[in-house]
Design a protein around this ligand. Structure first.
Ligand SMILES: [Zn+2]
Length: 245
């Protein structure tokens, strides 16, 4: 899919967190069809091509560690649902937090990929949700929830039902509880990685839950009608260690 400059800029406006990032790589259009050349032309996105701590990865060979899942205090809210040309994203109002290892991060937005970006022992699921939290020092804490076909998840159904078919935004009519998109079993993997879209900045503390969450196959299909493939290929682990709880 080719993105016009206008649609690209509209996408930026749709993602406040991406603003700094976007300025750095403004004019550098990207697409999933062009994924092998991310970072080749745009110096600001060089990490995509040469970074050694890139995401997503295959989660395997994890080392058991004494680590805890982040403590979440998310507000139920009528999220603003954005089609930014790359995904469907729910923008959060201020005041929802995650505390991880004593550090506080604020929920900025969550969005979806199809298929999942992370794999477990080589296996991807139908979709993945990313809950993006920002810390005061520019670090990001992203929670990844793998989604697979099964019982209906009302939060996803509501979001997909409200999502604009073309680039744009639509406020939900009533509040939803985004935490219902997380698994009840809180086994997780943790590793240091990157944004999975240009500029691929290596500033992300990843927590990916190991148990997939059921969502209706009709809702997966509805998302894939808008975005048939918006997942970055798996990246090399290099010298990193994946932890699990
Ligand atoms: Zn993502």
């Amino acid at each position: 899919m080719a993105f016009t400059r206008r649609s690209f800029l509209a996408g930026l406006a749709a993602c406040p967190l991406c603003a700094a990032t976007a300025r750095a790589s403004e004019g550098a259009h990207w697409s999933y069809e062009d994924v092998q050349s991310w970072g080749a032309r745009d110096p600001a996105a060089r990490a995509c091509a040469v970074g050694a701590e890139q995401s997503p990865i295959d989660l395997k060979g994890a080392v058991k560690a004494d680590i805890r899942a982040p403590t979440l205090t998310w507000k139920q809210q009528a999220f603003e649902i954005v089609n930014n040309g790359y995904t469907i994203q729910a923008d959060a109002a201020p005041g929802s937090f995650a505390v991880s290892e004593g550090r506080k991060f604020e929920l900025k937005q969550f969005h979806f990929h199809a298929p999942s970006e992370h794999a477990i022992q080589g296996a991807r699921t139908a979709m993945e949700a990313h809950f993006v939290h920002a810390g005061q020092d520019g670090a990001l804490l992203v929670l990844g929830a793998l989604l697979s076909a099964g019982a209906k998840n009302q939060a996803l159904a509501t979001i997909v039902g409200a999502a604009p078919e073309k680039e744009g935004r639509e406020r939900l009519k009533s509040p939803i509880d985004a935490s219902t998109l997380l698994p009840k079993k809180r086994g997780f993997f943790r590793y240091e990685g990157s944004l999975t879209t240009p500029p691929c900045s290596e500033v992300v503390n990843w927590t990916v839950f190991s148990t997939p969450v059921d969502v209706a196959s009709a809702d997966i299909d509805a998302f894939r009608k808008l975005f048939p493939m918006n997942a970055r290929p798996l990246q090399e682990l290099h010298r990193r260690i994946v932890l699990r709880n």
